[in-house]
Design a protein around this ligand. Structure first.
Ligand code: SAM
Ligand code: SF4
Length: 349
């Protein structure tokens, strides 16, 4: 269900960051780069994308300025993502800057884990609190194929390094694709069963982004698998008990596998979408504030900042954009069409 507009309610100029549907926003995902050292087949074409120009990226100072303004409006949690965030130089410096902003209580990061292990301690010292690591297969050959070159052993080292630094629970994100890695649902819950105290596993439905259009034109077809089907699959082997572990209204719905204690989440933007309770905003690497995952047309905040906007005017501009957020996406009606504008890497999935 999509939320309904509240007739007659005016946009507030202070207080929580609210949209015209009454949704309050407390969570920001920051994409620090659209570049990546992997080429996951469901995320981008083998040749990569037309990367943003370096001068078009927000500097760390500009990101901190926008986050400071958003924190004044009630944003408390930040997640760094990309592209692959760890390929951007000096990222721990950004973490430290963001951790110092009044009102920010939690900084997390989503990574492919290729470069994280060696810097885990530096990130933890800078103020990183938690880590999500994307692993779509525990079979090294399939992993290499899906990521077009990824190294599973390095990624698992990063999971271990995050645990050692107390960045827990480490959340393993797996995109499950029909006829490709559905069997990995069993492999994942078996593999991480013994780490149930420090690790959770989340299964994500494939989202059809328009950046994948070339592959689709050449006959590549990535099919999303409904979360309900994966739950039924697990229920044949495990007793599933629903649990509420999401802080605020995160998109994942969680179950505990009673026999192992492992918590398993399902993120199902297509079949059980969560637009009604969406509390998140996405700051793209080039400064566009994307209020809905599916599309965004507003001009870049980078340009208004570089044009010299005052802090007060920036805060009101942010409030205006959030007020204009659309009700939600309609991918569930469009089936497997390319329902999401752009690329996951610039949006910051
Ligand atoms: N590079 C980092 C990583 O892979 O974790 C962070 C960015 S990546 C875009 C963030 C998440 O989006 C990953 O968990 C990835 O699996 C997921 N993702 C990418 N393309 C997707 C798609 N088309 N549908 C669903 N999830 C996708
Ligand atoms: Fe890179 Fe992450 Fe996309 Fe894979 S999912 S290509 S690691 S941005």
């Amino acid at each position: 269900m999509l939320p309904e507009r509240r007739p007659g309610v005016q946009r507030p100029t202070s207080g929580p960051l609210v949209d015209a549907f009454g949704r309050v926003h407390t969570y920001l995902r920051v994409s620090v780069t659209d570049r990546c050292n992997y080429r996951c087949a469901y995320c981008m074409p083998a040749a990569g994308l037309d990367w943003m120009k370096r001068e078009d990226l927000l500097t760390y100072e500009e990101i901190a300025r926008i986050v400071t303004a958003l924190a004044r409006c009630g944003i408390v949690r930040i997640r760094l993502t990309g592209g692959e965030p760890t390929v951007r130089k000096g990222l721990p410096d950004l973490v430290a800057r963001l951790a110092a902003i009044e009102g920010i209580t939690d900084i997390a990061m989503t990574t492919n884990g290729h470069l994280f292990a060696k810097d885990a301690a530096v990130f933890a010292r800078a103020g990183l609190r938690r880590l999500n690591v994307s692993i779509d297969s525990l079979d090294p050959v399939q992993f290499k194929r899906l990521t077009r070159g990824g190294d599973l052993a390095r990624v698992l080292d990063s999971v271990a390094a995050a645990r050692d630094q107390g960045l827990v629970p480490v959340k393993i994100n797996a995109v499950i694709i029909g006829n490709e890695n559905e069997d990995q649902v069993d492999a994942m819950v078996d593999h991480f069963a013994s780490d149930a105290a420090t690790t959770q596993v989340r299964f994500i439905e494939y989202m059809p982004f328009s950046a994948l259009a070339d592959g689709v034109a050449q006959g590549q077809s990535w099919k999303h698998v409904a979360a309900s089907r994966l739950r039924e699959r697990l229920a044949k082997r495990w007793t599933l008990e629903p649990v509420d572990v999401s802080q605020g209204s995160g998109p994942a719905k969680h179950w505990r596998l009673v026999e192992s204690g492992l918590i398993v989440g399902f993120i199902s933007p297509i079949t059980e979408h969560f637009c009604e309770s969406c509390n998140r905003l996405r700051l793209q690497a080039d400064g566009h504030l994307r209020t809905c995952l599916s599309r965004e047309a507003a001009p870049s905040l980078r340009d208004v900042i570089r044009a010299g906007i005052t802090d007060e005017a920036l805060e009101q501009a942010l409030r205006e954009r959030v007020w204009g957020k659309i009700a939600g996406h309609d991918a569930h009606e469009l089936g497997s069409g390319l329902a999401f504008d752009g690329a996951m890497t610039s949006v910051g999935g």
